[in-house]
Design a protein. Structure first.
Length: 297
């Protein structure tokens, strides 16, 4: 570690870097110490809401400024002090509404006339996919004929596949792995769902909103800062399959409402979560830190 800190410090000096921007806790261990050794400010960019306990205290002390991607992430530190909120931004030119591709629906295994519900995320416990499958089973008991597309991969994939089979959903739940055509997949869905149990920010929700898709998400972490319940989507409690099912069904049954929510979501993404807004926010933090105005407590 000492060698790495020295190397980073030497790089900062030889390049004339005005500050060190560390993305995540591990990077901040090196960046904060290199900043101290070279007399340069260090910014800690934090994206996770869960605390690291005493490690947080040590890294916070090393940081000249802290960038949090959401208020939920910022509350990890229990005080405003050095923390500045800069939401993540997305490429609105890439994630822009477009006509859905019938060929893509076929390639995903979804019949042309079937409702399509989409979720994107790693297959890990905190993403809550098991609750989504329970909600799917509740909806399918009414004979809705919905197809469920799950984009992602992870340690729980086989367990989720077994759950889908046990619920009698094997022919209607489609596991696609990771895909490079996420905007196109979003374009073909009727409803996008984020069933997470924890979420520091929820970038994929912004991507879905930017594509003018109706969103159902859980009230965890930074998600309520993105989705305005009843205005740009529908929020439900985490780990509540019945509430999740009711919200999804309400949007599938009312396409006009889903379209209104989707349009409002695109407007909010444009006004709040563009790459330009993100860059401007980071630059403001740089200016504050380099101007010596960042709080030191």
């Amino acid at each position: 570690m000492v060698r790495s800190v020295r190397t980073l410090g030497r790089l900062a000096r030889t390049t004339g870097a005005a500050l060190i921007h560390a993305n995540g806790s591990r990077a901040m261990m090196y960046g904060g110490l290199a900043g101290r050794s070279t007399g340069r400010p260090a910014i800690w960019h934090v994206r996770i809401a869960e605390s690291d306990g005493v490690v947080d205290h040590a890294l916070y002390a090393l940081a000249t400024g802290v960038i949090a991607t959401s208020g939920a992430v910022g509350r990890r530190f229990g005080k405003a002090g050095k923390v500045r909120l800069v939401p993540n931004g997305i490429d609105l030119a890439r994630f822009t509404p477009r006509a859905p591709s019938p060929a893509l629906r076929v390639a995903l295994g979804v019949p042309p006339s079937s409702p399509l519900v989409l979720s994107i995320g790693r297959f890990v416990a905190e993403k809550g996919h098991r609750h989504l499958l329970e909600a799917a089973a509740q909806i399918e008991r009414t004979g809705a004929g919905v197809h469920w597309v799950l984009v992602g991969a992870g340690e729980l994939e086989e367990l989720l596949r077994r759950q889908a089979r046990a619920l009698g959903l094997e022919s209607q739940v489609h596991f696609t792995g990771w895909r490079d055509d996420v905007p196109d997949v979003l374009a073909v869905c009727d409803v996008f769902v984020l069933p997470s149990e924890s979420e520091g920010f929820g970038r994929v929700v912004v991507e879905a909103m930017a594509m003018a898709r109706a969103v159902v998400a859980t009230t965890v972490g930074g998600v309520p800062e993105i989705v305005r319940d009843g205005e740009t989507g529908v929020l439900v409690p985490p780990a509540a399959p019945a509430a999740l099912a009711a919200a999804i069904r309400s949007l599938l049954d009312d396409p006009a409402r889903a379209a209104r929510l989707g349009a409002a979501g695109r407007t909010r993404a444009e006004s709040r979560f563009s790459l330009t807004a993100h860059v401007d926010g980071v630059e403001r933090v740089y200016a504050e830190v380099l101007g010596g105005d960042a709080a030191r407590g």
